[in-house]
Design a protein around this ligand. Sequence first.
Ligand SMILES: N[C@@H](CCC(=O)N[C@@H](CS)C(=O)NCC(=O)O)C(=O)O
Length: 232
Amino acid sequence: MIDLYYWTTPNGHKVTIFLEEADLPYTIKPINIATGEQFAPEFLKISPNNRIPAIVDRAPADGGEPISVFESGAILQYLAQKTGKFLPPDLRAQVEVMQWLFWQMGGLGPMLGQNHHFSQYAPEKIPYAIERYVKETSRLYGVLDERLANREFIAGNYSIADMAAYPWIVPYELQKQNLDDFPHVKRWFETIKARPAVQRAYAKAEDLNTQPTVSEESKRILFGQGRRSASE
Ligand SMILES: N[C@@H](CCC(=O)N[C@@H](CS)C(=O)NCC(=O)O)C(=O)O
């Protein structure tokens, strides 16, 4: 059984998508990041970076003590290795998946996150910052579009690379992107959106969080963070 420490954000959706696709039993442990639950000492033991998602696998493959994992890319890789699903064993095919997974983790996610921040949440509209991240978002969509021009999924077969990227494309309108400009991304996006497991994953999010709007208090919690002291 997997415990999933989760909130209803793109990085959270990556893991519910995997768990639904692989049909693995799991329990959601909600961590409401808008109210500061990510700072609870018990959660920080599992996720020292005070971010969701994180998992605890209570039945690891080696039969030993429970294993906890934070960072969505590491979680996807762990679950893929545990189940033998969505990460091909063949060396070359695996490299294809892993480089695109890291591309998502190091590029697509962080850059689109900054796009969301400066376009929607920053207390002042800074045209330079908005333009910088909207343009970088377009560039990354362009890279993905080229990649998908001659393959159905990012690394050939449907894989953890697709599960990592898809939730970040869902808010494309907020990111000031038009999917008609990226026809291969559009086709890929519609294909993944139609998958029953993906629909189940997003339905879980809707059940949990009926108020996804970010209040002024949650902005303070999320965007006012500085260094935590070790004694806190
Ligand atoms: N690189 C991390 C990023 C995780 C992350 O940024 N999570 C956000 C939600 S999408 C979060 O938990 N934010 C809480 C906070 O900023 O305190 C991952 O992919 O797991």
